[in-house]
Write a protein that binds this ligand. Structure first.
Ligand code: BGC
Length: 279
C-alpha cells in the first residue's frame, strides 16, 4: 500500500482515494519513511528524503510548509501551511537514516527551525494555532535541543490531546488513557473532535501501543480488526463516534472518510516492528 502510494517523485500521498489528501505531508511522510526504512525498504525512504531535499533546496531560507503536491510544489489551498513539526521530524528521519546525502537540506531546515520554533504554528490536527506540546517535541527532537523539549513538556498539560502519546512520558500516557481511549480500545484525538463524527484513530492506537509496551499486542490486534476486508487501514473507525451527528455532514462535504491512510499503515508497521524486535 505504501509503495503504491509513493509517487515517482518520491512524495507519499496521504490517502490515494480521498481528494483532499492528494498531497504529501511532511508529518505523515516522515513517519512513513521511518517505517519503510525499518521494514528494509530503504530506497523508498531515500526517495522521500530526496523529495524533501528538492523542496528545501529550491528556497533554502524557507518558509517551509506542512504539505506539498506530489510533485513537490506548494499547496495552493487555504489549508494551514505553517506546521513546523513535520520539519523537525524530517531532521530525525535524516539522522536515523545515517547518511551525509541530506546534510545540506538538513542544515537549511535546522537554521530555519532555530529561527521560528518559538512562533505560533498549527497543531497536528490542523485546527489550532499556538505553541503546542507535540509540535515543540518534534522540533526539539529534530534540533536535539533540551531547551525546546523542556518547553514542550512545560506545555503538555495545556490541553488533553492524544498526540501527547508521541511524547511518551508515563504521566502523559496515563492522562490520555484516562479519557481518550474508547470502550472498544481505540484512541480518540481529543474530546472536541467532530471530524467525521470524531472516531478512534488507528495511528493513535498504534502510538498508544508504542508508548506502553504492555498494551502493544492489544493495540495491534485492535488495528487489525479495523482493517477493511481488503486490508486497507482507514484514518479512523466509526465504532465509537464522539459526535455521531457530525458524521454525515462531513460525508456530504468531502465524501466518504479517508481510507487507506498511509500514515495508519506506517504506524501499524512500526508497532509490528516494535513487537517483533522485543522477541
Ligand atoms: C490530519 C493531519 C494529517 C492529514 C493528512 C489531517 O486530517 O489532521 O494530521 O497530516 O490529515 O493525513
Amino acid at each position: 500500500m505504501i509503495l503504491a502510494g509513493q509517487s515517482p517523485s518520491g512524495g507519499y500521498v496521504a490517502c490515494p482515494s480521498f481528494p483532499n489528501y492528494r498531497y504529501s505531508w511532511l508529518r505523515d511522510g516522515c513517519f512513513v519513511a521511518d517505517a519503510m526504512r525499518e521494514a528494509g525498504e530503504v530506497e523508498s525512504c531515500d526517495r522521500f528524503l530526496d523529495w524533501c531535499a528538492r523542496i528545501v533546496l529550491r528556497s533554502p531560507d524557507g518558509p517551509f510548509d506542512a504539505r506539498y503536491t506530489l510533485e513537490g510544489r506548494p499547496d495552493p489551498t487555504g489549508w494551514p501551511h505553517r506546521q513546523i513539526d513535520g520539519w523537525g521530524l524530517f531532521l530525525g528521519t535524516v539522522r536515523r537514516r545515517g547518511s551525509a546525502r541530506w546534510d545540506e537540506p538538513a542544515a537549511h531546515v535546522t537554521r530555519w527551525l532555530e529561527q521560528v520554533w518559538g512562533e505560533p504554528s498549527v497543531d497536528w490536527w490542523e485546527e489550532r494555532t499556538g505553541l503546542h506540546a507535540v509540535t515543540l517535541w518534534c522540533v526539539g527532537n529534530g534540533l536535539q535541543s533540551e531547551e525546546i523539549r523542556r518547553e514542550a513538556l512545560a506545555r503538555a498539560h495545556d490541553r488533553l490531546d492524544a498526540s501527547l502519546l508521541f511524547i511518551g512520558r508515563p504521566e502523559l500516557v496515563s492522562w490520555v488513557e484516562g479519557s481518550l481511549v474508547s470502550p472498544g480500545g481505540g484512541v480518540w484525538r481529543h474530546l472536541d473532535d467532530e471530524y467525521y463524527g470524531g472516531g478512534e484513530w488507528l495511528l493513535l492506537t498504534a502510538m498508544l501501543g508504542l508508548a506502553k509496551p504492555e498494551r502493544a499486542r492489544e493495540c495491534l490486534t485492535w488495528i487489525e480488526a479495523h482493517a477493511t476486508h481488503d486490508g486497507d487501514l482507514p484514518e479512523q473507525s466509526r465504532d465509537h463516534l464522539l459526535r455521531p451527528e457530525r458524521y454525515e455532514p462531513w460525508v456530504e462535504k468531502w465524501g466518504p472518510p479517508p481510507s487507506p491512510l498511509l500514515w495508519s499503515h506506517a504506524m501499524y508497521l512500526r508497532l509490528h516492528h516494535a513487537l517483533r524486535d522485543r522477541r
